[in-house]
Design a protein around this ligand. Structure first.
Ligand SMILES: [Zn+2]
Length: 141
């Protein structure tokens, strides 16, 4: 999992963390929804100021995958700025205080929990069946 011991984590979930009821799409109605992975990518790269390699290692993804996640986050933030929308981070059923282990999908942004998830074990997205799935692990806040 890399340099976990040197990482700092925010103490409390920010108030813009949003937990929609199941299957609700938070991006449609007046605000832009970031996934937990996108939030985490922004935090590692631009708040803690890790370089791209360190950021990717911290999220246990490849650098190209990290780059794609960060790009998506930038696109959404840019959209929010230009269209005057609020930004929320949505986590579905992710309990940030308990941490999270599972996968995320680059194709449809689905994130799901899987206690047996590993970096090596690849699965298809349960939502869109894409194989563009990355391992997602997050320390408890
Ligand atoms: Zn998907």
């Amino acid at each position: 999992m890399g340099r976990q011991t040197s990482m700092r984590y925010v103490k409390n979930p920010p108030s813009n963390f949003y937990f929609p009821s199941e299957k609700e799409d938070p991006s449609v109605d007046g605000f832009v929804g970031l996934t937990v992975a996108e939030f985490e990518a922004m935090r590692l790269k631009h708040f803690i100021s890790l370089n791209q390699k360190e950021s990717a290692e911290n999220m246990s993804v490849s650098q190209p995958t990290f780059s794609r996640i960060l790009d998506k986050a930038h696109q959404k933030i840019t959209q929010a700025l230009i269209e005057g929308k609020d930004i929320r981070v949505y986590g579905g059923n992710i309990n940030l205080k308990k941490g999270f282990k599972g996968y995320g999908c680059l194709n449809c942004d689905e994130e799901w929990k899987d206690e047996l998830a590993t970096k090596e074990r690849k699965v298809n997205c349960p939502n869109c069946d894409s194989i563009k799935v990355y391992y997602l692990v997050r320390e408890p806040l």
